[in-house]
Design a protein. Structure first.
Length: 68
C-alpha cells in the first residue's frame, strides 16, 4: 500500500463518513451535519465546531479540497 495512504490509517469513523458523504457530491457543512445525523451507526450528534475542525484537518492533510 502507498505510504501516503497508510499515513491516514486508521481513519477516524467521522472522517470516513465525511469522505463518503463528500464523495457523493459537494456539500455545505450544514448538509454534512444533517447527513451524519441520519447515519444509524453514528451515535449522537456532531457539534458544528467539531465538524468544521475535522473538515479543516482533512483539508490541511490533503484529503479534501475546498470548492469554489
Amino acid at each position: 500500500m502507498d505510504e501516503r495512504i497508510e499515513s491516514f490509517l486508521p481513519l477516524h469513523p467521522d472522517t470516513f463518513r465525511i469522505l463518503v458523504i463528500l464523495g457523493q457530491g459537494q456539500r455545505h457543512g450544514y448538509a454534512v451535519v444533517k447527513e451524519l445525523e441520519g447515519h444509524a451507526d453514528r451515535p449522537g450528534r456532531i457539534m458544528p465546531a467539531n465538524l468544521y475542525r475535522r473538515i479543516r484537518t482533512m483539508r490541511d492533510e490533503g484529503l479534501i479540497e475546498e470548492a469554489e
